[in-house]
Design a protein around this ligand. Structure first.
Ligand code: ZN
Length: 67
């Protein structure tokens, strides 16, 4: 577990459908060979994609991590 996971998450995604705070479900690594890809981490060979789900309507959304 990263330290960031222990802190209060003040950077929650907002559900585009119902406007409530979404739960940070998981992270996954998206591999890319494009060096211009935003957020790409050379040590990982890709970038972190955060998966968020809405506790109210269940919609899932993702965004690039900002690590
Ligand atoms: Zn929702």
């Amino acid at each position: 577990m990263r330290m960031a996971d222990l802190a209060t998450d003040s950077n929650k995604m907002i559900c585009p459908r119902c406007g409530v705070e979404m739960n940070h479900h998981c992270d996954k690594i998206v591999y890319t060979t494009d060096p211009e890809e935003a957020g790409r981490d050379p040590s990982l060979g890709g970038f972190i994609e955060e998966i968020h789900t809405c506790p109210k309507c269940g919609v899932a959304a993702s965004r690039h991590g900002i690590e």
